[in-house]
Design a protein around this ligand. Structure first.
Ligand code: B4P
Length: 191
């Protein structure tokens, strides 16, 4: 199986590139952001709690997110692998992912981090906010999300560095150019 973590700051193109990776490798997509937005749209109790946190640009609790991941893993066994998009976002989530995959005798093959300068992230997210009306894509929340990423999420790269599983990829340029860089990394780990 091929299990990939697609990592990067908000607006770095994780969702965009995940779609292309799935199309090429037939992986199951697990995006914690998408799952949370589905809960918000369905107005579940979890969705109501999550909306408040997401609109502030903060992270939803590890306990909730890890529960969602375990459920998705259980429901989607038997495929050719998973792409984790926007997860893990804390070192604790990374450790818990390792445990959850070990339960299925699986592991992360590579963690690919998309590197994009802050000004470009802000530009992309403001544009998405205008087009899609996503409530967390406004200037104040975007800045908060990037600060939260720098403080709480960057340490996840050191976790995968230690295991020699972290590959940084330049996340600027056309969507296709970035995808080519990602494919190159995957080809090095895929048996
Ligand atoms: P996410 O849904 O993960 O959202 P994101 O980081 O903003 O987006 P992404 O990087 O996928 O950007 P995209 O491809 O869409 O998280 C939202 C919130 O959910 C978090 O703030 C948090 O509160 C919560 N959450 C999620 N996961 C969590 C977890 N594990 N733990 C705790 N809380 C969690 O690209 C952005 C824009 O750029 C798009 O408009 C796209 O068209 C454009 N774009 C992409 N590639 C481009 C390129 N090459 N050039 C120009 N534009 C490009």
């Amino acid at each position: 199986m091929l299990n990939i973590v697609l990592f990067g700051p908000p607006g770095s193109g994780k969702g965009t590139q995940s779609e292309k990776v799935i199309e090429k490798y037939g992986l199951v997509h697990i995006s914690t952001g998408d799952i949370l937005r589905e809960e918000v749209a369905a107005q579940t109790d979890l969705g109501k709690q999550a909306k408040e946190i997401m609109d502030k640009g903060e992270l939803v609790s590890d306990k909730i997110v890890i529960g969602m991941i375990r459920k998705k893993l259980e429901e989607n066994q038997g495929g050719s692998g998973f792409i984790f998009d926007g997860f893990p976002r804390t070192v604790n989530q990374a450790r818990e992912l390792r445990k959850a995959l070990t339960d299925y005798d699986e592991r992360v093959g590579v963690m690919i981090s998309l590197e994009v300068p802050r000004e470009e992230l802000v530009k992309r997210l403001l544009m998405r906010g205008k087009e899609s009306g996503r409530s967390d894509d406004n200037m104040e929340t975007i800045n908060k999300r990037i600060d939260v990423y720098n403080r709480q999420t960057i340490p996840v790269t050191y976790y995968y560095d230690k295991m020699h599983k972290h590959a940084a990829v330049e996340g600027t340029g056309s969507v296709d150019m970035i995808f080519e860089r990602i494919v190159k990394v995957i080809s090095m780990v895929k048996q």
